[in-house]
Design a protein around this ligand. Structure first.
Ligand code: ABU
Length: 465
């Protein structure tokens, strides 16, 4: 089989796969243990190589075993959803295979990135900010801490840290914040985690006190990270209050909006993120609520000129040449060298759906989160573990004898995942196992949510007999 025929067959398989995704009766996963999977699939790579025919049957197998994360029955993770324009963009990115470091090799994607950064800055309320696409939400948070360190203490870029720097966030922060503290050299122990209220939101008074205490000890507080959409609960910290504290103490104020940032696209719900424009920097992951294929993460800053100051390093004259528009060579503003053209898929999706389309998509998700919450509240056996604030619905089933509730819920969840009809994740909340039902796929509908709860309840009732 020649390359052209192989490509044709490949795209036919992709179309079949897409049809499976759209068929709501299709399984989300065909679960196998690692041992079973090793038996079911030939992972060996032979010295003599293989033929396209072999690869095509491997691809069929791969698609069979792949978890259908774009299915509307997938409620497991903070990414997913069907988005054909973005998928086209992603395929186009692979086919044209370039790196975003210079305008010369990525002309269109460069301008798209710049346009998108400005559009996102406007949504946040930044008048003339800047930004860069990075390789995941964790790295947007890393960039934020690095910018804070190098801008507030401008000798650190060259000389490193000589004193004890402290950073502040809530106990519900994403685990990338301590990682960032590790990577930029302040150390995880010097990240001070502030208590949250019963809704999982940072208590700003406690933040203020913690900063004072740190100063009294002779430490150097420099960074606060608030969260707009915590991973477990979907809580949004009190952004305006935190901004006032950051201003008072002259600290960098960052918002980790990796999950909740896209709520800014909803005219109805964007008020939840009131005060976003006050932050010095903002993390936003379009691969979450905007349903762009992984990875699509953007780090945004209120002021221009910071990225170059923080990351630019001389001595790459084989790549960055002086020319009439060398400010378009985006590699100079990135901690990466190779940089995938992730702007293309976001640009295509946003062009297709428009602001209006995304407004409707996000609003629909909020309606479904409300519907799911109502199901839980009305059902005698279900308990809502936290008030639903955005798109995370946390609940559990209370079995007859009320014994071992955590393990019981874990069992129900795992049975569902193994059967593969739908997938939902779990987390710990206040020392309980919580089923975390997340809404991010706008193709899910009220019937789909009802079907999920019916499946969950029938599994639970069977185990509770
Ligand atoms: N970046 C956090 C995503 C974790 C999750 O999918 O639940």
């Amino acid at each position: 089989m020649n390359q052209q025929k192989a490509l044709e067959k490949f795209f036919n398989l992709i179309i079949d796969y897409q049809n499976q995704i759209e068929d709501k009766n299709n399984k989300v996963s065909n679960y196998l243990t690692p041992k079973e999977l090793k038996k079911a699939f030939d992972f060996s790579i032979k010295r003599e190589g293989a033929k396209f025919n072999d690869l095509l049957s491997d691809i069929e197998e791969y698609l069979h075993h792949a978890v259908k994360t774009r299915s509307s029955n997938f409620f497991n993770q903070l990414f997913g959803g069907n988005n054909i324009p973005a998928l086209m963009g992603d395929i186009l990115t692979s086919i044209t295979n370039t790196s975003m470091y210079t305008y010369e090799v990525a002309p269109l994607a460069t301008i798209m990135e710049l346009e998108l950064v400005q559009k996102m800055c406007k949504k946040i309320g930044y008048k003339s900010g800047e930004g860069t696409f990075v390789t995941g939400g964790s790295n947007t948070n890393l960039m934020a801490m690095l910018c804070a360190r190098n801008i507030l203490h401008n000798t650190t870029k060259k000389s490193g840290i000589k004193r004890k720097f402290t950073a502040f966030t809530s106990e519900h922060c994403h685990y990338s914040i301590p990682k960032a503290a590790n990577i930029i050299g302040i150390g995880e122990d010097n990240l001070i985690k502030i208590k949250t209220n019963k809704n999982g939101q940072l208590i700003s008074k406690e933040l203020d006190v913690a900063i004072y205490k740190s100063k009294q000890k002779g430490e150097i507080p420099f960074f606060i990270s608030a969260t707009a959409g915590t991973t477990k609960i979907g809580a949004i910290d009190p952004l305006e209050e935190i901004s006032a504290i950051a201003k008072k103490h002259k600290l960098w104020f960052h918002i980790d909006g990796s999950w909740g940032g896209s709520i800014l696209l909803s005219n109805k719900h964007k008020k939840l993120l009131k005060g976003s424009h006050l932050a010095d920097s903002f993390s936003w992951n379009p691969h979450k609520l905007m349903n762009i294929p992984l990875i699509c993460s953007v780090f945004l800053l209120k002021k221009q000129g910071i990225l170059e100051k923080v990351v630019a390093t001389p001595n790459a004259d084989y790549l960055f040449h002086e020319h009439d528009f060398d400010e378009f060579d985006l590699g100079k503003y990135s901690i990466q060298c190779g940089k995938r053209a992730d702007s293309l898929k976001l640009w295509m999706a946003w062009k297709f759906f428009g602001d209006q389309g995304y407004n409707e998509r996000i609003n629909r998700l909020f309606d479904m989160a409300k519907h799911a919450t109502n199901i839980i509240v009305k059902h005698p056996k279900l308990e809502l573990l936290k008030p639903t604030q955005t798109l995370n619905v946390n609940f559990r089933y209370i079995p007859k004898n009320k014994k071992d509730v955590c393990n019981f819920n874990l069992m129900v969840r795992n049975c569902l995942a193994k059967k593969g009809g739908s997938m939902v994740n779990y987390c710990s909340i206040d020392n309980n196992i919580s089923i975390r039902f997340v809404l991010l796929n706008p193709d899910a509908n009220i019937k789909g949510v009802n079907d999920f709860f019916n499946a969950f309840l029938s599994e639970a009732e069977m185990l509770d007999k």
